[in-house]
Design a protein around this ligand. Structure first.
Ligand code: GLA
Length: 410
């Protein structure tokens, strides 16, 4: 069976409106226990504590905003009037009044993953309703209802909602969430999606083998899963590594013992390197100073939002010390490279980056910006060496020094 693809021009209208998905999502911190007060508090906090200025603009309701559990055949899709007494439009208006955007959640089944009414058979009507509320982002989750469906069926349900959103006339960023199954990355952009998950739900762990092969993926699992998928990412269509775990501190609705500050910083840095959407999954009202410093580093956000939209991959020998030491790199629009020296193991190690070996560049000299130290050093004409502690990623920007050019240091 042949499916009609989203016309390229219309698709571009959406991606030009918003290229990056950076904000907050309710699920990992709150599960279905969401309500108007929490959302208004979250909007107020993001708008006033520096997160909005750093780029976090989406405030996304996940599953649990709906009134009815059970099949759509038996129930309409409405906001729960107890949880959201003023309705979703009022919430969207409130987010917009603070310079933020509001996202919502549904799915193509009779029910969603948490068992609330889905959009099956009502896609156009629901897209129109979301647009009339002023919704800016839709997470459309086929993980559960279509988990074992053939790829062609998943493609069809994604396409149906994608076309319904376009027909609604409102630019709504479209997350086709399918938990890393059905090779979404290979086709989802052509079916109108702006992001798609590359794996199952993230646990609040950096490296916890206990959860391997079960449903949940830790930070290293997701990085390993995504390393071969970089080619599918680009401006307006992203590999989604799942929500950020920074600030959960072991209080995820899922599983996970929590991470150290170094591990959370590495996780955030690596999600920026691989150009994943950056959606905070914790309670922004209680973020501590370390978490805020991590989330608002403008140099990391700049790596995430580089206009070239490249996703970093492991480069060069990449695999020093039996696979524990990895070098990730991506080219940036200004000709520099963003580089991560990732120490996956628990023991401090010396790591190096060679522009010739790892970036295949014939630069005579280059400078190095350490974006966590906020310090530029060099010029260097040999590989750059640095000590990286266990579970740390040194995040660097490498700039070629062009002889006789008056190139200001960044
Ligand atoms: C799935 C998704 C999660 C979340 C829940 C909601 O598990 O992967 O991110 O949206 O559904 O029920």
């Amino acid at each position: 069976m042949q499916y009609q693809r989203v016309p390229r021009q219309t698709y571009l209208v959406i991606i030009l409106v918003i290229l990056w998905v950076v904000g907050w999502s309710s699920w990992n911190g709150f599960g279905p226990n969401i309500n108007e007060t929490l959302l208004r508090d979250t909007i107020d906090t993001i708008a006033s504590n520096g997160l909005k200025e750093a780029g976090f603009v989406f405030v996304n309701l996940d599953d649990g905003w709906q009134r009815y559990p059970g099949n759509r055949l038996d129930n309409p899709l409405e906001a729960d009037p107890v949880k959201f007494p003023s309705g979703i439009k009022a919430l969207a208006d409130y987010a917009h009044s603070k310079g933020l955007k509001l996202g919502i959640y549904s799915g193509p089944g009779q029910t969603t993953c948490a068992g609330y009414t889905g959009s099956q058979g009502h896609e156009e009507e629901d897209a129109r309703m979301f647009a009339s509320w002023g919704i800016d982002h839709l997470k459309y989750d086929s993980c559960c209802a279509y988990q074992f469906a053939p790829k062609s069926v998943v493609q069809q349900v994604v396409l149906t909602m994608s076309q319904s959103l376009l027909a609604s006339g409102r630019p709504i960023v479209f997350h086709a969430c399918h938990c890393g199954w059905a090779d979404s990355w290979e086709w989802a952009a052509q079916y109108g999606a702006n992001q798609w998950r590359i794996g199952q739900d993230i646990s609040d762990d950096f490296d916890y083998p206990g959860n391997r092969m079960k449903y949940f993926f830790d930070v290293l699992d997701l990085l390993d899963r995504g390393n071969s998928l970089a080619q599918f990412a680009g401006p307006g269509h992203w590999n989604d590594y799942d929500m950020l775990i920074i600030g959960l501190n072991g209080k995820s609705q899922h599983v996970g013992a929590g991470c150290s500050n170094v591990e959370y910083r590495t996780h955030f840095s690596m999600w920026a390197m691989v150009a994943s959407p950056l959606l905070i999954g914790s309670d922004v009202r209680t973020l501590n100073a370390d978490s805020m410093e991590t989330l608002t580093n403008p140099e990391i956000i700049a790596i995430s939002q580089d206009p070239l939209g490249q996703a970093a991959v492991t480069v060069g020998v990449g695999d020093q010390d039996g696979g524990n030491l990895q070098v990730y790199a991506k080219q940036m629009e200004d000709g520099s490279y963003a580089v991560a020296l990732l120490n996956r193991g628990g023991v401090t190690a010396d790591m190096s980056i060679s522009v010739e070996r790892d970036l295949t560049e014939a630069w005579d000299q280059y400078t190095v910006r350490d974006v966590w130290k906020h310090e530029t050093t060099g010029p260097y004409d040999k590989p750059y060496m640095v000590e990286v502690i266990g579970h740390e990623a040194k995040i660097l920007r490498l700039y070629q020094v062009i002889p006789n050019a008056t190139m200001p240091l960044p």
